[in-house]
Structures are given as C-alpha cells and as structure tokens.
Design a protein around this ligand. Structure first.
Ligand code: PHE
Length: 340
C-alpha cells in the first residue's frame, strides 16, 4: 500500500465518520457509530491502522502522523456527538406544553366605587337636564370664598380649616393666595361668570378639608354641586329635584328632611338629611342662591333667581351600598373594592 492510498483511506474514514457522528439522534445511534468507527477490534479506524504495517519504512513517520491526526479528530467527533445528545436530553426532560390547558387568568382592573357613583349621579341628574360642569381643585379666595359671600373674617377661611398652598408673596386667605378648594360651590361661580341664565348644572369633584379621618370623615372627599338659575325658581323646585334624585339613587322609600340652616351663599338655607338606620343623617346643604352671589357674577337678582345644593358623594355611595366606614373606600384594599 502506498502512502497516497493510506492517506486517501484516512480521509475517507474521517469524512464518513464526521458525517455519521453529526447525524447522531439517540444513544443507540451514538453507540453504533462509536463501535463502527472506534471499535477496538473491528472499528474502521482500527482497520486503517492495521494497514500501517504495509507502508514502506521511509513513508511510515508521515503515515503515522496522519493516523494520529485522524484518531484525534474521531475522538473529538465522538465527544461532540455525546455532548449535543446530552443537551437534547436535558431539554426533553421538561414536559411537552399542553395547549389545551386553561391560561393564567389576567386580573383586569375595574372602576373605583366612587367613580362608579359619580357616573351614576351624573346620569340621573342628566336625565333631569343638569349638564356636568367642572372646575379646578386649586382655587383662589375669590371662587372659594369672596364671590360666595363668605367675608374676610369668616371662620370658614381660617388657615387651620383649609389646605392653603405656599404661594409666594401672598398670605393665606388673602387675594393671591391659593388653596385646595374646600367645596365644589366654586364651580357655581365659574359657570355663572361664563354664561347667562338659564343655567342647570351639576359638578362632581374632589374637595379638601383638614379633618382627622374617622368612619365618616376623610381629608379628601367628593361633592355633587347642583345649580339652577332661571326666572321664577322656588324652593319647591329645589325640593322636587332632590326628591326625584333620591328616588332614583336611594329609592323612593327613603325619607328626606330639610332642616333650616345657614350658608353665606344661600338664603334661605337648609341642611339635607336622609333617614339611615332610623336616624337622620346630614348629606349636605342647599338653599336659594343668595342675591349677593348673583350680583358678584354680574346677574340681576331682581330678574333671575335659583337654587343650589351640595351633597357628599361618599355618603350617598355609603348609604346606597351599606358601607359603614369611609376609610374603606380609600384603603386601596382590593378585598373591599372588588365587591363593587
Ligand atoms: N358648599 C356647601 C358645603 O360645603 C354645601 C352647599 C352647597 C350649601 C350649595 C348650599 C348650597 O358644605
């Protein structure tokens, strides 16, 4: 056998072996290939190796070198095939995905009960022709007090009873200062400043008062403000609107009571109570718009008049859903909130 024949046999062996090892799919394939090429007795390598004796003395060193090269290459091919089979095995240990299993349910959020209440109240009032109006939560003394006939020395303007903001160059309560509005009556003024009667609006939004939280108080809460300005408006109209509203939101069996009271921006004024567990509970205030307010926005109190009311949204929601602690609404506890 010539050196060239020997090398050709080695090359054929190596290319065949690398093809077979690369195609190994299972442990059985691997063992079969190992025996076929590297078997100690009848392996293909062994067979070529045995031909070395037939190579001439002077060609032997070169033939031996080639032989070792191919031996190394075959050992490597075996090792690679073993490794890649192991990788494949560890992968197939994990179970085949079952596409028919139910997926992991995703929890969608839902609308907060107070937001639901606001939408419901707007809808009821909308059916009586009250359109929804909005105003800012940060206000100045004009809209929160002055135009509402609340004089400078009135206790409602006390810095201790309001959230004034630190405003450069202005003392709390004075013109130029700012506060988180303490009532939605501010929106009455904003609407009347912009429009002429007839006016029929509700405004639902947040108000802020530095009250210590307890079962019925929270430093932020919501009010529903109502305002109707037109000719020949009477207190009977006010009572009818609130009765119809209560029929729709709380039920026609819920008694309502007007209790004489005082607000600087209404005359006469009443507190609005609803019966709740055999007790009269205050839900807000109401009354006939004070002529001083109509004058402040440039209306003629001899020609137009109106009524206004402000009701606590949380209290209405609590009355309807039998919630006993306002703090539950703002705890962020989903076990509570998910009930609505
Ligand atoms: N703004 C009053 C309050 O905060 C409620 C009210 C509104 C009273 C409108 C009369 C008329 O409590």
């Amino acid at each position: 056998m010539t050196l060239a024949e020997f090398i050709a046999a080695l090359e054929a062996l190596q290319s065949e072996a690398s093809r077979v090892f690369a195609g190994v799919q299972s442990k059985e394939d691997l063992e079969e290939a190992r025996v076929r090429f590297l078997g100690a007795k009848k392996g293909a390598f062994r067979e070529v190796q045995q031909q070395l004796g037939k190579i001439s003395k002077e060609d032997k060193p070169q033939a031996g070198q080639q032989l070792n090269k191919v031996k190394k290459a075959l050992a490597e091919a075996l090792e690679n095939a073993t490794d890649s089979l192991k990788e494949k095995d560890s992968g197939s240990d994990s179970p085949t995905p079952d596409p028919t299993l139910p997926g992991i349910p995703m929890d969608l959020g839902h609308v907060h009960p107070i937001t639901q209440t606001i939408e419901h109240l707007k809808e009821i009032m909308g059916r009586m022709g009250f359109e929804s109006a909005e105003g800012p939560e940060v206000e100045g003394p004009w809209h929160n007090f002055v135009a509402l006939n609340i004089p400078e020395d009135h206790p409602a303007r006390d810095p201790l009873d309001n959230f004034y903001l630190a405003t450069a160059g202005a003392t709390a309560g004075e013109e130029g200062s700012q506060l988180m509005r303490s009532q939605t009556s501010t929106v009455q003024i904003r609407v009347m400043e912009k429009r002429q009667p007839p006016i029929r609006i509700v405004s639902l939004g947040r108000v802020y008062r530095p009250d210590a939280p307890d079962a019925t108080h929270f430093p932020m809460f919501h009010q529903m403000e109502g305002l109707l300005v037109d000719q020949n408006v009477t207190m009977a109209n006010l009572k009818t609107v609130l009765r119809v509203f209560a029929n729709n939101y709380l039920g026609s069996d819920v008694p309502i009571r007007f209790r004489p009271s005082f607000f600087p921006f209404t005359e006469p004024s009443v507190e609005v109570d609803f019966l709740w567990n055999d007790q009269w509970i205050e839900f807000g205030g109401a009354g006939m718009v004070d002529p001083a307010v109509l004058t402040a926005v440039g209306y003629d109190p001899e020609k137009v008049g109106g009524f206004a009311f402000g009701l606590g949204v949380e209290r209405l929601c609590m009355r309807r859903h039998n919630i006993t602690d306002i703090r539950d609404l703002y705890s962020g506890d989903l076990r509570f909130l998910s009930q609505f």
